[in-house]
Design a protein around this ligand. Sequence first.
Ligand code: CS2
Length: 482
Amino acid sequence: MKRLSPTTIGTARPGVLRYRYDRAAVTPGIVHLGIGAFHRAHQAVVVDTLLERELSWGIVGASLRRPDTKEALAPQDGLYSVLTKDGDDRSLRVIGSVLEVLDAAREKAALLARMADPATRIVSLTVTEKGYCYNAATGGLDTRHPEIAADLTHPRDPSTAAGLVVEALRRRRAAGIAPFTVLSCDNLPHNGQVAARVFAEFAEAIDPGLGRWVRDNVAFPGTMIDRIVPATTDADRAEVAGILGLEDAWPVVAEPFLQWVIEDNFVGARPRLELGGAEFVGDVAPYERMKLRMLNGTHSMMAYLGYLSGHEFIAQVIAAPEFRRLVANAFADEIAPTLGMPKAQTDAYGQKLLERYSNTALRHRTYQIAMDGSQKLPQRLLGTIADRLAAGAPFDRLALGVAGWMVYARGVDEKGQPIAVQDPLQPDFANVDPSDVVGGLLALERIFSPELAQNTTFRTTVERQYRLLREVGAAEAVRRIG
Ligand code: CS2
């Protein structure tokens, strides 16, 4: 079978959708840091539609950690497929918006030159929560982070997102070129503000004048991004080849749903991303909060409690009646009341989420969502719990989710088998005193603020749920609490 590329795409099977613009006429306007599956299934698809009308917004993607995306996409000249799956429905679209992929480690000079180029007007990011290297307790840059410390020592030879962005901005300022807009597309609350603070603090640490210039001149719009994108498997690659009639080494798989809400605050003229389905708003915070608390909050609950109950995929978790009840009740009784939105709106949103979780074609692993819990818990569950505490309202289901994370983080499943916990704080989890797991984990200030950790109602509720999980197992605990 031939490999997907601009020269073979004409032989793709009928029914395959593909970019409809002259790709040779597209010029780069966006540098994206962190070109993983999520970016290629989300922002790059929106930009692909935009390019039908505005040709100057092609994407140069950079991978910060692994060279595999570059190696797979180079022979395809950046082309790849997005396969959307919904039950038995399939739709395949070949995306042309990624013009080039750079491996940041080996091609740093080329990447920084591209970021400093006046044609680049946006630097967007999907570097995951931990990629911002911020201290959750203070909200500022974590200067003790080893990679940040290294970049602060050698700021002209950076490897972190902060280091790369600031070095590129330094070069632009020195050359009298306007800054780019920094567009954070990660699942953090106030992602634009987090990026603004962390990058400005980084700049300030190397040169106070540059720090001021970053604060005063760079725009950091907040965004809410949403699409469920499970990791691609060999079975997905085989399915894509069957539909496409060509071999694609690096396709992505996603649900049909896609939402991208962006704060309208850019340096200079912005791309009309609304042509590709994005929505521009004045304040993204309510959207972001609803998505992080409703979707990501219950995703994490299902990941830990579902994994411990022996479920491999989210669709299996939500097919279990006790889990469906737990999630639906958590939406209605514990999360939605903290959002300050009309009940009809949060009910409809929750209903749609239950449908999305039930998509059996997606095979979204509980293990995948369980990763990096220390970076996810605060914005997904703990903020909601803090609001419930302040209102004197119960939060037993959310506390069960936190307790589920605690059991999981200790790294042993209900059959006594080891769990390969992936988390930057994993060494801290392993050091916790086994006779006081709840107390030991609550003492981790990078996750739990002292105020929350010392709240007696919080502590006793989590302890109760933790004991229940240990005594009866996750499935039975969900049945009792649901
Ligand atoms: C998931 C998210 O892996 C995870 O932690 O909760 O990636 C989720 O699928 C997306 O935020 C959906 O937009």
